[in-house]
Design a protein. Structure first.
Length: 81
């Protein structure tokens, strides 16, 4: 169900002459498009995981060891062909 104030707004729009109604709808669509946030641009670099963990070198070493171990036991193709 549409809120009463929206119903009143729609009724007022319907009372407009056709040309004014079209201009109103186009302007509303334009304003809505301008107000809609756009997604982040492709190619924007994210913070480096290693950079985020630069003060924890032992954690990075353990993580890399775990990854290499998992890569060796997993049924995945190896990168070092």
């Amino acid at each position: 169900m549409i809120a009463p104030n929206v119903e009143e707004l729609l009724a007022a729009i319907r009372r407009l002459p056709f040309d004014e109604r079209l201009r109103f709808i186009e302007r509303a669509a334009h304003d809505a498009a301008e107000d809609t946030p756009s997604p982040a641009a492709v190619g924007v670099s994210a913070p480096s995981l290693l950079g985020l963990m630069s003060d924890e070198p032992e954690v990075v070493d353990r993580m890399c060891s775990a990854v290499y171990e998992a890569r060796g036991t997993a049924r995945m193709r190896t990168v070092d062909d």
